[in-house]
Design a protein around this ligand. Structure first.
Ligand SMILES: [Zn+2]
Ligand SMILES: [Zn+2]
Length: 413
């Protein structure tokens, strides 16, 4: 009996201790789970709140875009400072067009502007940026004839006044009141009435918009080539393997001339050959380039025409040393402001050398350029070596500054 009581007490005590222990653990577990649960709830709550704020912000942002009719566009603020910003979608005033940009092409001029932060004649910041484009008409202002909604067009970057001394003489590229348009790196662009009337062209259905966008630079090349007054059988040297140098090589070879391309970078050698150069000179110094180019002509007499497409004073001087007696030099590449060249007067006079310096284009030449693109003979695709979205524009320019082998990048908004 006493054993039984004693045993019962002991079992009771052990049971109570077990219960206490289990109870203590359970309470600790509950506290722990509770603590974790509370932390998780706080965490989830915080994320949810942040997400709600973000979604709200995006919704407000897009509501504002739609409400105000805004679009994304590249805005040049200064040196190497281009920002993609929300700006209002332009509205067509009488005579104007609003074009949805299909493709805008990078250009050496834009790269210069990006580096310098401005262009004396073409662009003063802050300003919309980019000038080689083709796209589709989304709105035609009052009084516009010949361009309906959805028409595929290439709108040039400028138009002459048609009334000044120079326009009257057919030198519209020198117009006293040349009107420039920028803003191609955007979803939409406004085309001013004068450009609509004089320098906006319909793109044939079989021509991709990004090819049609080459009309502007090609017009410069065609103008520069024709202005050099080539004669049948001439040998033409083109100094420079950038986009315009290569275009000049192609234009001259398509016209049936023997072309010597003088390039600097390895990647340009193959491109010049593909575009029709009979010879490619890649010399480490200007002296050697002159000697090697002359060596490609009978008795080292020099080329009939030398076209400088670099835009450096030393290359201008180089061009003068490459031509034969009676030859023509075209200083086609524009140099930085206030630069000068030193030329041998005796050589120019006693060798009867013609010096020309072709700038820009005229409406008639722009039509010729688009015809050449539409003909299928011009290898438009060879000039567009990359594609990028508008928001990648800064990266694209940085790449172009680092002397990449890219010729032109099509910016697709
Ligand atoms: Zn250009
Ligand atoms: Zn004019």
């Amino acid at each position: 009996m006493p054993n039984t009581v004693k045993g019962a007490i002991e079992r009771g005590r052990a049971t109570v201790e077990d219960v206490l222990e289990v109870g203590r653990n359970t309470v600790e577990d509950v506290l722990k789970v509770g603590r974790n649960t509370v932390e998780e709830v706080i965490h989830v709550g915080r994320n949810t709140v942040e997400e709600v704020i973000q979604v709200g912000r995006n919704t407000v942002e897009s509501a504002r875009r739609v409400g105000q009719g805004t679009m994304q566009a590249a805005v040049l603020h200064g040196r190497e400072d281009v920002r993609i910003e929300q700006v209002p979608v332009p509205e067509a005033a009488p005579g104007e067009l609003i074009v949805r940009v299909g493709a805008a092409l990078t250009c050496g001029t834009d790269l210069k502007v990006f580096r310098r932060g401005y262009h004396a004649r073409m662009i003063v910041p802050p300003a919309l940026f980019g000038h080689e484009l083709a796209g589709t008409v989304v709105q035609a202002g009052e009084g516009v004839e010949g361009f309906a909604t959805d028409a595929r067009v290439v709108a040039l970057n400028s138009a002459p006044c048609g009334e000044c001394y120079y326009c009257a003489r057919g030198q519209e590229n020198l117009c006293d009141d040349l009107l420039f348009n920028n803003g191609a790196y955007a979803e939409f662009i406004r085309i001013p009435a004068r450009i609509v009337a004089k320098n906006t062209l319909m793109v044939p259905d079989h021509v991709p918009l990004e090819h049609a966008a080459l009309t502007e630079p090609l017009a410069c090349a065609v103008h520069g080539f024709e202005d050099s007054r080539p004669q049948p059988g001439d040998t033409v040297a083109v100094i420079g393997g950038g986009p315009l140098g290569l275009m000049m090589v192609h234009v001259a070879s398509l016209a049936g001339y023997q072309v010597i391309a003088i390039v600097k970078h390895n990647g340009q050698v193959e491109a010049a050959r593909q575009l029709g150069a009979a010879h490619v000179v890649q010399a480490p110094t200007i002296r050697k380039a002159i000697r090697e180019t002359r060596a490609l002509t009978p008795k080292d007499r020099g080329v009939d025409i030398a076209i400088e497409a670099v835009g450096l004073p030393e290359a201008w001087e180089e061009a003068v040393e490459m031509v034969r007696k009676g030859g023509t030099v075209n200083f086609f590449g524009g140099c930085a402001a206030a630069t000068r060249v030193s030329l041998d007067t005796n050589r120019i006079h006693y060798s009867d050398i013609t010096l020309r310096a072709t700038f820009h284009h005229t409406p008639a030449i722009c039509r010729k350029a688009l015809d050449l693109i539409s003909s299928g003979r011009f290898q438009a695709g060879a000039f567009i070596t990359g594609h990028a979205h508008l928001y990648e524009l800064n990266r694209v320019f940085e790449k172009l500054m680092n002397r990449s082998t890219e010729i032109k990048t099509a910016i697709v908004p």
